[in-house]
Ligand binder design. Sequence first.
Ligand code: GTP
Length: 601
Amino acid sequence: MTYPIERIRNFAIIAHVDHGKSTLADRMLQVTELVDARSMRDQYLDKMDIERERGITIKAQAVRMPYAHREGEYLLNLIDTPGHVDFSYEVSRAMNACEGAVLLVDAAQGMEAQTIANLYLAIEAGLEVIPVLNKIDLPAARPEAVAEEICALIGGEPEDILKVSAKTGQGVPEVLDRIVELVPPPAGDPEAPTRALIFDSIFDSYRGTIVYARVVDGRLRPKDPIKMMATGFEGEIDELGVTSPEAKPIDELGPGEVGYLTAAIKGVGEAKVGDTITLGGKAGAPSPLPGYREPTPMVFSGLYPVDSADFPDLRDALDRLRLNDASFTFEPETSVALGFGFRAGFLGLLHMEIISERLDREFNIPLVTTAPNVAYRVVMQDGSERRVSNPADLPDPNQIETIFEPTVDAMIYTPADYVGPVMQLCEKRRGTMLKMDYLTEERVELRYNLPLAEIVFDFFDRLKSSTRGYASLDYEAADSQAANLVKVDVLLNGEAVDAFSSIVHRDKAYEYGKAMVTKLKELIPRQMFDVPIQAAIGAKIISRETVKARRKDVLAKCYGGDVSRKRKLLEKQKEGKKKMKSVGTVEIPQEAFVAALSIGD
Ligand code: GTP
């Protein structure tokens, strides 16, 4: 059944981690009587059993809640958004599927950078923002102060802000009422050619890809031939359904409605977030919905199997992950030090962590992961250009005209007491201040343009430690800039180990080289022979340390006996040393490959 469009309200909840988004969603399910108290369990939507009937995974990306408002029945669609900065494009698409957003703020914690960043996305998408203070039952709650903080950002009067406890349910019906009253109904023409916005798609090994979409114009019905306008996928709708809160097939979705569909789509790469679904053939829409963007990886890292026999398994695992995640890229590469592996591209650091963890947990392939780096645009003296996403591939400096590095605009939200340390940290990381705003007397928003390479390491940890955990960070990609960069190589036993090469700013190269060799000296165990560790820029050695040999006393067994026997043993030992050196069997532990990550400032 389709609802009359004026009775539909599509909204998202914007909240920082742990500010109570899932708990509020649980209460909404109860208030709308979708789930009764008896079958209610905490974080209902998060913890839906993975394999229900027929082994189907339906993640609650969008929940449909009919709500009895005093003026009649309304259909509320709660659309879930990923919270993290790495996925801001996905967040922006999910918001484009809504007309309103509940800005949920923990009354004891106050605003956080991530919340503000997502709030700006909501404002950009033209959403009606409904601020709500949560956890007012906590003794530490400071609803007045936090309400002022919110009003400083979005205007309005502090006393108008709803105050709720998602835990006890206090104030939750008022939130639903306000959504009905303030969020505008969707606009859309049921007779126009069908266009639906994909805001999420997930891969299920039994059914292929499940696509979550919001119909903007026209209608979708089971068996309809469909086409994805950006990827060109064509197929037929197999199942059309809504989540309410379990998956339920439905025979039509009209304008403004939100639901899921399956259509024998092989991987999420064929149904990308932001793409437009239209009908196949002549009924297709002439132009897609605006705003589609190809995901671009920002952070790169080498992935190598510890055991080279695992290489084919690693390839399979990466192929399978890619079915699940269209924004993750990989291509084969070879390293002299590490053998065959892949260079993988991620949206950001969290994304990288998620993928590495999944490889480890789901596929059980022990991996060596190299330190993360960014991709550079290198303009050569002959005018040609190339993209370098592996530092070892940086061409000879004599042939390079300019190197451009990616930058980000970072927003840091911090208590006023820590402005000094935050500024110091940003300056050290080659940041340029864009603006500083005192939102209230105690809260400051700082904006910096920073090279992405400077934050992929440990920027966030440093920020946290210099502000006792109070500051929060968000960033978005900005223009690239020309920079004076050099490649620092690390040589073990006189041979450059490609996996250790990195591209750093010239002013920091010495400091970096020294820190790197010192760190490696700690990490590389003693071998049978001395291992010199050197850092070099081109042919110039800039720093050196030595891992002393573990001396094996080969003569210990020789009690007595003649000199020639001793000599023979010593010769043998020497040869052993030489052999090891020549085959380069320096044992390098896995941590060494990410040593750069733990180099302090
Ligand atoms: P993520 O799913 O990790 O993003 O967190 P979330 O924003 O969904 O927060 P969640 O609902 O999991 O709540 C975080 C914690 O806060 C849980 O331990 C909740 O029980 C608690 N919590 C949520 N709302 C309230 C509230 O109104 N009062 C109190 N006292 N605790 C609450």
